[in-house]
Design a protein around this ligand. Sequence first.
Ligand SMILES: Nc1nc2c(c(=O)[nH]1)N[C@H]1C(S)=C(S)[C@@H](COP(=O)(O)O)O[C@H]1N2
Ligand SMILES: [Mo]
Length: 423
Amino acid sequence: MAAGNAVDPFWMLYSIHLNPHVLNILEKYRIGNLDPKDNNDVVSDMSDPFANEPTRHPLLKPASEKPFNAEAPEYILVENFLTPNDIFYVRNHLPVPDIQVDTYALEVEIEGKSKILTLSLDDLKKFPKHSVTSTVMCAGNRRSEMHKVKPVKGLNWGAAALGNATWTGASLREVLEAAGLSENEIDKYQHIQFEAYDTDTTGSPYGASIPIWKGVDRRGDVILAYEMNGETLPRDHGFPVRAVVPGVVGARNVKWLAKIIVASEESQSHWQQKDYKGFSPSTDWDTVDYSKSPSIQELPVTSAICQPMNNATVDVKDGKITAKGYAWSGGGQEIVRVDVSCDGGKTWHVAKFDFHDANKSPQHWSWTLWSCDLPVPKGTNKMEIIVKAVDSSYNTQPELFENIWNLRGVLNNAYHRIKVNLK
Ligand SMILES: Nc1nc2c(c(=O)[nH]1)N[C@H]1C(S)=C(S)[C@@H](COP(=O)(O)O)O[C@H]1N2
Ligand SMILES: [Mo]
């Protein structure tokens, strides 16, 4: 991105890459050193692209500060079926754009048509108001567990890079209709692309796309949301408007939405083409060919134990302890069972569902919060607890990370395992 210019603005935007490993790679391309006086000219031209970030809740533990990426401690997730906005994980690739409501515009383009529909926030609010309760999860959720098997590249997420919220706004389907997309034309197109207001140093925006059926089917429930849990959409979550694509990986739930394009091609953005794809455990950075794997859309079934947390000390009461956690599957598949074991899988205890909404698959968009009493044999002072969930397609989780390892550390859905000390 520096392409002949100073590399400093790049470092300011992508400080996560300013590390010894990358500096080492760059060292062999060094052609000389700037006179310190010229160097000052370059640096004084720059303002911090992160100077205008929102304030964040202290419980959000940053995996990276600039851009801001953070999750809450796992234990708090299971306290509420709807994750409170201020502790909902934040995944930003770039600085949070500063968008003024009165100048905000959302463009809707249908390839091959000359007319582009431009909507203000007020225009969008004139569409019938729809609400959908949906879990949003990052493809990198639980990456730190895969990383332990063999290092992967990416933010070191724990098991809390997801949240469940009620999203309110206009229906994408109805907005596309207003933009002139008629039923008999749908087959001409394959994808719905989203472009955002956050941009990199070259001015190119964050973007992603979803298959067209997801956006035009009444049962897809894709929302152009301006509210989150009954409040104005917070800046970190896409103010004033984001796409909420239920059942689909976080990366396609584009925040700070600037443009929607109904197209014959997928989004050509870095995040659609060169990231968020799965590969074989034997594919490495020398052999990977991103054009060979499909982009992640619907996420596979997963679950995690949130209480107790890993390495906690737990009081045994009446010969048992209670574990609590979440389970969720992509594509609107409902969780039908959660199995918990504390003897390495010899015995499985079926968890009770504490929160499980009534929607049937394939429109079951929310997570299930579960709890399970586990017997503790007398004299046990350490225990491993493992969990796996089953969804309404009877798909379940792989046992080990070894067999699903992939270089980017996505789709981390092996059995979740924690160790606890008992007293
Ligand atoms: N414009 C924009 N949209 C975005 C992103 C982004 O960096 N920019 N990050 C994506 C990713 S990878 C995820 S996991 C979710 C995170 O949503 P949240 O921050 O509201 O939890 O937003 C997605 N939408
Ligand atoms: Mo993500």
